[in-house]
Design a protein around this ligand. Structure first.
Ligand code: DX5
Ligand code: ZN
Length: 213
C-alpha cells in the first residue's frame, strides 16, 4: 500500500519544512490541479509543479480536475509529472483515447478518475489500457471533506474487474482518507491512499504510521 501526500493541504508559508517531513514518510506526491470550471475551486498549474519537483525525490501523481485536459498534458510532462490522471467526466471518448495514447507514447503513466456519482462501468473499456483508476471518495474541488462510503463498492468493483481480466492497474482513493477508514479502503482492494488534511494535522510521521497500521 502506498501513501500519496496531497500538496493541496500543505502550508505554503513553510513549504520547505513540510516537504522535509513529508518526503521522509510518504511514497508519492499528489498534485491537485483545479481550474474553477470543472470544479468550483482554483489551485495551481504546471509552473508551480516545476518548482515543487525540485523539493521531492518522489513520484509525482498529477490529478487534473480541469476541462480540456488534453491541452495541458505537455506542460505537466515538462514540469515533471510521472503520472497524469484525467477525469472521465471532463472528456469525450475520442479525447480520452487520444490522451491515453499521447501519455503512453511519452512513457508517462496514465490514470482515469471517476467522481462519486459516476457509474464505475463507464470507464470499463479503458481499464485494459491504463495504469491507474482514481476513485474519488469526495466531490472533487476541496480538501478536508468527509469520506463518502459509496466509494467502497467502487473499489471492490475495480478490484474484481482487474482480477477477472488479469489486469494490473492500480486503484487509488482520494478524499477524506484517515486512520479510521484506511484499513477498510485497503481491504476493498485499494493500492494508493491520497491523504491531505489528515496527514498534515499534527505529526506527519505518526499519521503515516497510523494509516499504514
Ligand atoms: C479533492 C482533492 C484531494 C484532496 C484530498 O478534490 O482531489 O486530493 O486534496 O484531501 P483530504 O485528504 O483533505 O480529503
Ligand atoms: Zn486529488
Amino acid at each position: 500500500m502506498k501513501i500519496a501526500a496531497s500538496v493541496l493541504a500543505f502550508d505554503f508559508s513553510r513549504l520547505n519544512d513540510t516537504f522535509k517531513e513529508v518526503n521522509e514518510h510518504v511514497d508519492w506526491i499528489h498534485y491537485d490541479v483545479m481550474d474553477g470550471h470543472f470544479v468550483p475551486n482554483i489551485s495551481f498549474g504546471p509552473d508551480i509543479l516545476k518548482d515543487l519537483k525540485t523539493m521531492t525525490p518522489h513520484f509525482i501523481d498529477v490529478h487534473l480536475m480541469i476541462e480540456d485536459p488534453k491541452k495541458y498534458l505537455d506542460r505537466f510532462i515538462e514540469a515533471g509529472a510521472d503520472l497524469i490522471t484525467i477525469h472521465h467526466e471532463a472528456v469525450d471518448q475520442k479525447s480520452c483515447q487520444e490522451i491515453i495514447t499521447h501519455l503512453k507514447e511519452r512513457n508517462i503513466k496514465v490514470g482515469i478518475s471517476v467522481k462519486p456519482n459516476t457509474d464505475p462501468l463507464e470507464i470499463a473499456k479503458y481499464l485494459p489500457e491504463i495504469d491507474l483508476v482514481l476513485v474519488m471518495s469526495v466531490e472533487p474541488g476541496f480538501g478536508g471533506q468527509q469520506f463518502l462510503a459509496s466509494a467502497y463498492d467502487k473499489i471492490v468493483y475495480y478490484d474484481e474487474f482487474r482480477r477477472e481480466y488479469g489486469l494490473d492497474y492500480l486503484i487509488e482513493v482520494d478524499g477524506g482518507v484517515n486512520d479510521k477508514n484506511a484499513s477498510s479502503i485497503v481491504e476493498c482492494g485499494a493500492d494508493v491512499l491520497v491523504t491531505g488534511s489528515y496527514l498534515i494535522k499534527g505529526d506527519v510521521k505518526e499519521n503515516v504510521a497510523k494509516l499504514k497500521a
